[in-house]
Design a protein around this ligand. Structure first.
Ligand code: NAP
Length: 226
């Protein structure tokens, strides 16, 4: 039932993902163009990325502060393509139920307040509640397949949500647009970040394809070996 998941990211040669810094060595157009070739019917980002690029500036403030607890999936509408956020406690505020024509689905945990879910419903936004104190990603993506018919999900960062998906075995492919620049700053997340530090072995990958792109970029596609 779960969708096939491809992590699609723009990266410097040292694996850093700060789009603002990478503008010096690439144009975002190629990231979008390669992403389109992956033919996803949905894309998902972590709360920080959504906050920086897509949500309203001010966070949601709960009047009730009452955790919603377990809730059924809310399908505001079905769509051809979906934008999905992963926001454990329901912080992100949204102006509408669409991002650039993609219908918005918010994944939250049972800690999200009940008035947050009401706000989503009133704004025409779909939601999935999965996990008690943290989002249960495996359950959430299964529900996305079951209730929205999502078959091919593009995981588009940032590093911490990518790491969390990879850690629970939810990444099937990696699609990396490697651009000719070095960032080098410690505080900038890597393509996959925040994984369990007890891990001692790299996750093995098998090369699927490699393509030279404009401005000395390389588009690398790998399958995750299980
Ligand atoms: N180069 C690229 O292709 C690309 C693409 C996307 C983003 N970016 C950049 O990446 C940066 C942000 O990356 P980031 O790693 O700091 O943040 P992120 O991955 O976008 O978001 C992390 C947040 O997601 C929420 N989350 C919910 N469930 C989670 C789980 N199971 N595991 C981990 N996080 C979970 C957490 O916030 P809560 O606990 O509040 O829910 C967490 O702090 C930005 O600079 C952005 O521009 C680059």
């Amino acid at each position: 039932m779960r969708p096939h998941i491809i992590c699609h990211m723009l990266s410097s040669v040292d694996g850093k993902i700060d789009g603002a810094s990478l503008k010096a060595v690439t144009t975002p157009v190629d990231y979008e163009a390669t992403g389109t070739k992956l033919e996803g019917d949905a894309w998902v980002c972590g709360r920080t990325t959504m906050e920086q690029h897509f949500a309203e500036d001010e966070p949601f403030l709960s009047a009730s502060n009452r955790p919603a607890g377990p809730q059924p999936v809310h399908v505001a509408r079905k769509a051809k393509s979906y934008a999905i956020s992963v926001d454990t406690t329901g912080k992100l505020r949204w102006a509408s139920g669409d991002i650039d024509g993609d219908h918005l689905i918010c994944i939250v945990s049972e800690r999200a307040p009940d008035d947050y879910l009401s706000m989503l419903g009133d704004t025409g936004i779909s939601y999935v509640v999965a996990g008690k104190s943290a989002v249960d990603l495996v359950k959430a993506v299964n529900l996305l397949g079951e209730h929205f018919g999502i078959r091919r999900l593009l995981l588009e960062g940032g590093g911490h949500i990518n790491g969390a998906f990879l850690q629970v075995g939810l990444v099937d492919e990696v699609s990396l647009l490697l651009v000719p620049g070095i960032d080098g700053r410690r505080e900038i997340p890597a393509v996959f970040d925040g994984m369990d530090s007890a891990r001692k072995a790299a996750v093995p990958l098998k090369l699927k394809s490699i393509e030279r792109r404009d401005k000395d970029a390389l588009w690398l596609r790998y399958e995750v070996v299980r």
